[in-house]
Design a protein around this ligand. Structure first.
Ligand SMILES: Cc1cc2nc3c(=O)[nH]c(=O)nc-3n(C[C@H](O)[C@H](O)[C@H](O)COP(=O)(O)O)c2cc1C
Length: 168
């Protein structure tokens, strides 16, 4: 059994739910998984593999996810790390690939992370705070564009690679 950390950062719970589904798939493959808000991660050294996911807001990662990568860069370099972000909403959301924000791309290179995956996001009018959020949540981008089959498949691929590539 391999210990895996799945850390998430968002505002309205959509990214946390993605992290929970990823964790569920990893557990089903026999791994020991801790699912944590990125802000609550004090130490990554108990884990052999780490997944970090952030919601995208204004083309940026959430500060707590960036801080996690910054503060633990040395330890993460010695571990297998996968990154994802969630954001695109509306028609075509499932096809979108969003590049990492420049500050996160630098950190990803520093810790030698796997290529980042983009998942669709969720824009819920009920949780839209602020003028722009309310406007966005009224148009065609409102709704849940998270592709659970894709998310589960990505998680299972990671789970298998953790089994075969990560030393215990
Ligand atoms: C004000 C605002 C700005 C956003 N900016 C982006 C963006 O730049 N790129 C993107 O792909 N998604 C963007 N989104 C969509 C969010 O990333 C999406 O709703 C995501 O699922 C939110 O995750 P959370 O529920 O974990 O906070 C934005 C949403 C809002 C409300």
């Amino acid at each position: 059994m391999t210990a895996v950390l799945v850390a998430h950062a968002g505002k309205n719970g959509g990214t946390r739910e993605i992290a929970e589904v990823i964790s569920e798939e990893l557990r089903a493959l026999g791994h020991h998984v801790d699912t944590r808000d990125a802000a609550d991660v004090a130490d990554v050294t108990p884990y052999s593999a780490v997944v970090v996911g952030s919601a995208l807001y204004y083309s940026r990662w959430r500060p707590s996810a960036v801080r996690l990568l910054q503060l633990h860069a040395d330890a993460l370099l010695e571990r297998h790390v996968w990154l994802f972000h969630s954001g695109p909403c509306g028609p075509g959301a499932g096809l979108a690939h969003v590049s990492l924000p420049a500050n996160v791309a630098l950190l990803a290179a520093r810790i030698d992370a796997e290529r980042t995956t983009t998942f669709g996001g969720r824009l819920d009018p009920a949780t839209a705070h602020g003028l722009l959020a309310r406007l966005m949540a009224r148009g065609p981008r409102a709704g849940d564009f998270r592709d659970w089959d894709l998310i589960r498949k990505w998680a299972r691929d990671i789970g298998r690679r953790v089994t075969t590539e990560v030393s215990l």
